[in-house]
Structures are given as C-alpha cells and as structure tokens.
Design a protein around this ligand. Structure first.
Ligand SMILES: C[S@@+](CC[C@H](N)C(=O)[O-])C[C@H]1O[C@@H](n2cnc3c(N)ncnc32)[C@H](O)[C@@H]1O
Length: 295
C-alpha cells in the first residue's frame, strides 16, 4: 500500500492524541483551476424539475389520454405522501404510449421500480378497444423521454388474467406501490377487476387514480366502481376527483390527504368544492390557477 502524506499526518496526529482535530487537507497540485463541486439537489427538488421538464417536452409529444393538470395534482399528492412517510414504486394498468406512466415513474420513491401492465401486442384481448397499444411506441417513449428507463418493467398481460401467484410475485418484487393508475380495459368487469387488483398491491397511504369515472362514453368504469362498493368491502375510498380521474386512498390516510389538498388548493384561481361519494368527503377540482397548473 502506498501511504500518502495526508494519511501519514493523520497517523502521527493520532499517535500524539490529536485524532479528533481535523487535519488540513493537502493543497492540490495547481495544474488547472478547481471546478466547483456540484452538490446534487435534494430528491424532491430534482423530482419536480424532472417532472416540469417532462411536461414541457415528452408529455406534449406522446400520444395518449391524460390532461396536463393531472401531473400537477399528482405532484401535490406525491409531496403529501412524502410528508406522510408513504413510500413505494409506481404502477399503471393500461399504459398505451406511456403519457401518464412516465410521470408516475418520476413520482415514485427513490430507489424503487415501476411496473407497466398492458396487453401490448395482444390487442385481440382489447375487447372494448380502449386505446390500441403496441410495445414499440411505449418503449420509444421511455427511450426518448423517461429518466431511468431501466427501472421500468413492462409486463405484457391481460389484467383479467393475473392470478394469485402473479400478485404474489408482484408483491415480492415491488413490495407495495404508492401510486397506481387504473386505465386499462373500460368495461365494468375490467374496472372492478383492476380496482380489486390495485387494492392488493397498494401501500397503506398509496393512491389509486382511476380514469374516466364520469366519462359518458365509458360507463363501464362507473359501473365497476359501483360494483366494488356495493358487492365488496373495499379498502380504498375516494378523496379527490378532477380532470377525468377519481383518486382513492386507504382509510387511514383519507382525511389527511383530503385536508392537505383542501389547504394546497386554497389559493385564489383554483376552483374546488367538497362533495360526498360512497359515504366519504371528496374534493372535486374543476380548475387550477396557472401556477398550480404548471406544477
Ligand atoms: C386508454 S389507453 C391508456 C392511456 C394511458 N394511460 C395514457 O396515459 O395515455 C388503454 C390501454 O389499456 C390497455 N388494455 C386494454 N385492456 C386491457 C387489459 N385487459 N389488460 C391490460 N391492458 C389493457 C390497452 O392496450 C391500452 O394501451
């Protein structure tokens, strides 16, 4: 081992009993001016910068069905989850070209992975023709616009066909998700199946975003939610609705998330009102002030 001079100084200081004193670092050789050391930004700040960049470039370029305000709401929700200590990766059932999925991926907790479930090439199973996806476009979107695409796992499967063993394998690999979008098949059977699936892989305090709840062209989604609440004892409850999506969370976090969103959307320019759905208060958001809307 080559013992360098600073290490020697540290050793002799320890011998003299001065180990706790900081040893001045050796002046670097003056070959070129020292460049400033870049301190990485805190994860939350880096995350919102990445989300803004995605919104300004990729989001506009990728074909799909997601309103830009959804990104603003999700960014607020991810912050609220951070405050509540809720962690986990992201998952979407029905990714199409990845327009929303990439935003979900950006909002996952550091060090986690995201799961993208879609029929992909098996479009003969897309019985209600809710978006006709091919893996190629999704992968192209990831390559062009997604930071850390290697942390995304595409799963080419019919969500109706996922077994208990599949759910177990998902739980073993990802533990539980903190953000999960349900936007696959839009029949009532698909909606209720995918919400039941979502409940099984969702973290406590995780959030499910369900697309098209009030879309008159896709009444199956509404019927699926009704079936879940009338036939089952669900463990997720709605707390927010806006820009085409209904958001659910687990009961222990419902009031906290609702209150946090009410507070965050108090600024003038936001339009929101409290309503009741399935016995729970829900914040209905109709408009976001320009600042909130740009995230
Ligand atoms: C409306 S698109 C999703 C839009 C997408 N979330 C976005 O942000 O643009 C519906 C997607 O669900 C997929 N899909 C339909 N039925 C499915 C099923 N049974 N299992 C998994 N994916 C399904 C389709 O292949 C399609 O890509």
């Amino acid at each position: 081992m080559v013992t360098t001079r600073p290490m020697l100084r540290r050793i002799s200081a320890q011998v003299r009993g001065e180990a706790s004193k900081p040893v001045p670092a050796e002046r670097p050789a003056r070959t070129r001016p020292a460049s400033p050391v870049a301190t990485p930004p805190p994860p939350a700040i880096e995350r919102s910068a990445r989300l803004r960049a995605y919104r300004e470039t990729g989001f506009e370029a990728i074909q799909g069905w997601c309103q830009p305000q959804t990104l603003s709401l999700l960014a607020e929700l991810a912050e609220i989850q951070d405050d509540a200590g809720v962690t986990g990766g992201s998952c979407e059932i029905g990714v199409y070209h990845g327009k929303l999925f990439i935003a979900l991926h950006l909002l996952r907790s550091p060090g986690t992975r995201s799961l993208a479930i879609d029929l992909f090439e098996n479009q003969e199973l897309n019985i209600d023709h809710s978006g006709v996806e091919r893996t190629g476009e999704f992968v192209r979107s990831l390559q062009a616009h997604c930071p850390e695409p290697d942390a995304v796992d595409p799963m080419a499967r019919d969500s109706l066909d996922l077994s208990d063993a599949d759910v177990l394998a998902i739980l073993q690999k990802y533990e539980r998700f903190r953000l999960l979008s349900v936007d696959g098949g839009h029949t009532a059977d698909h909606a209720v199946n995918d919400l039941r699936l979502a409940q099984r892989v969702l973290a406590a305090g995780g959030i499910v975003a369900l697309d098209d709840y009030y879309n008159q062209d896709w009444p199956g989604v509404h019927e699926g939610v009704a079936r879940l609440f009338i036939l089952d004892s669900p463990r997720i409850f709605p707390f927010l609705i806006g820009f085409g999506k209904l958001y659910f969370t687990t009961i222990g976090h419902h009031d906290r998330y609702l209150r946090a969103m009410v507070t965050r959307l108090k600024e003038p320019g936001n339009t929101a009102k409290l309503v009741h759905m399935y016995g729970h208060q829900v914040l209905s958001v109709r408009g976001l002030a320009p600042q909130a809307a740009t995230g």
